[in-house]
Design a protein around this ligand. Structure first.
Ligand code: MN3
Length: 244
């Protein structure tokens, strides 16, 4: 009996060692394959989930970033992995020809681009700041005043039927314009009615505000100005006007 136990013990060791080695290989191979396939990834929020409260509450932020944005990234990765014609293309390349791509790619590439932009262009209320002198001047000359600009932006956001975005863009002539897009489209897309470089944008999908504001989209649009990152918008304005 004792001999048998010893023999079993002797046998068990190498098997255990083998199975540990095998398990680690099993764990690493799919991980490596997933990493190779995962072209796009969810960017971390540049602030804590509760940092934009009360304009945007922590629960909305957590769901919006961790569930909605993550889903756009995951669905886009799956679609790109399944279609050789899309391999190796950047997010900007996909977005620019969205109208020629399958709806899944258009919607989820747009969703990924729009939300990545959205997080970066907001800041905690204490860091919201104000537009640069150049951007202030452009806003005044295009819209009459900052208040009138905000009013027009709010109108475009409340009028957007269903889900979509409202944008401040620098158009082809270098001028500021307010525009709105449906679903996850944006002004960089070939399908956009009004094209240009977005420098500011707000998400008017219900998932962006419904938990706190319910159906009051106008209140959400009003409260949101407190978390606009004006230093970032001003930097993007300078870049967009220099590039054109
Ligand atoms: Mn959204």
């Amino acid at each position: 009996m004792r001999r048998l136990k010893q023999a079993v013990a002797v046998c068990v060791l190498p098997i255990a060692a083998l199975s540990i080695a095998h398990a680690s290989m099993q764990a690493s191979a799919p991980e490596a394959a997933a990493a190779a396939k995962a072209t796009f990834s969810l960017p971390a929020l540049p602030y804590a989930a509760n940092a934009l409260a009360p304009a945007i509450d922590a629960q909305t932020m957590t769901l919006h970033h961790g569930k909605h944005h993550q889903a756009y990234v995951d669905t886009l990765n799956k679609a790109v992995a399944a279609d050789k014609a899309l391999a190796g293309q950047t997010l900007e390349q996909l977005v620019s020809k969205a109208g020629t791509l399958p709806a899944t790619v258009r919607n989820n590439a747009g969703g990924h681009w729009n939300h990545t932009f959205f997080w970066k262009t907001m800041a905690p209320p204490a860091q919201s700041g104000s537009p640069s002198p150049e951007l202030s001047k452009a806003i005044n000359s295009s819209f009459g005043s900052m208040d009138k600009f905000k009013q027009s932006f709010k109108e475009a956001g409340t009028k957007r039927f269903g889900s979509g975005w409202v944008w401040l863009i620098v158009d082809k002539s270098g001028k500021l314009a307010i525009t709105s897009t449906p679903n996850q489209d944006n002004p960089l897309m070939d399908v956009a009615d009004e094209k240009g470089m977005p420098i500011l944008g707000n998400d008017v999908w219900e998932h962006a505000y419904y938990l706190k504001y319910q159906n009051r989209r106008a209140d959400y649009l009003d409260g949101w100005w407190k978390v606009v990152n004006w230093a970032e918008i001003s930097r993007r304005y300078t870049d967009a006007t220099a590039r054109k």
